[in-house]
Design a protein around this ligand. Structure first.
Ligand code: NI
Length: 165
């Protein structure tokens, strides 16, 4: 869990940028790539990354973010720009509406007490989880996947290094 606002601000700035980089690599055509037949599509996971940030308003933060159903936009550029906007809104809300003390306060979520600093950590991990799902689907859709925590197969190959299996 985060115990200092400044630690969250630093983590969120870099993690949100990684997520935005992955979203930037999407194409409109790729948004229909399915996990399995009839289940979530790449575009829905991407849009979930935007929409899920709205849940943080349940913790008492106030910021503008879209909420609603699973209907994902059909524009990859729109999803990426909305992500940038909403992830900045969340960052600003935490920075200006909470302090280190707020991170130790608890909110009941599904009958479980969650400290706000833990909820922020969960939000970072939740993004990484879905980002990982996205990069596999992006590869299946024939897209070039950007480097996230390290070089991709293509980056290694371009450097003339045998990619790890
Ligand atoms: Ni999720």
């Amino acid at each position: 869990m985060f115990t200092k606002i400044e630690d969250f601000v630093a983590a969120w700035a870099s993690e949100a940028e990684l997520t935005a980089t992955v979203l930037d690599a999407l194409t409109d055509a790729s948004l229909g790539q399915e996990v399995i037949e009839g289940r979530r599509m790449l575009g829905q996971i991407a849009w979930h990354l935007v929409q899920s940030l709205h849940y943080m308003t349940a913790l008492g933060l106030t910021f503008e973010a879209p909420s609603g159903g699973e209907e994902a936009p059909d524009s990859a550029a729109f999803i990426a720009s909305e992500y940038r906007r909403v992830s900045k809104n969340l960052l600003n809300a935490v920075r200006t509406q909470w302090n280190d003390e707020s991170l130790r306060e608890s909110v009941m979520i599904h009958e479980e007490a969650w400290q706000n600093g833990g909820s922020l950590r969960y939000t970072v991990m939740h993004q990484a989880h879905h980002r990982g799902q996205m990069t596999v689907l992006m590869r299946q859709a024939g897209l070039r996947v950007p480097d996230v925590y390290g070089p991709t197969y293509d980056t290694w190959a371009e450097k003339g290094i045998a990619p790890l299996i």
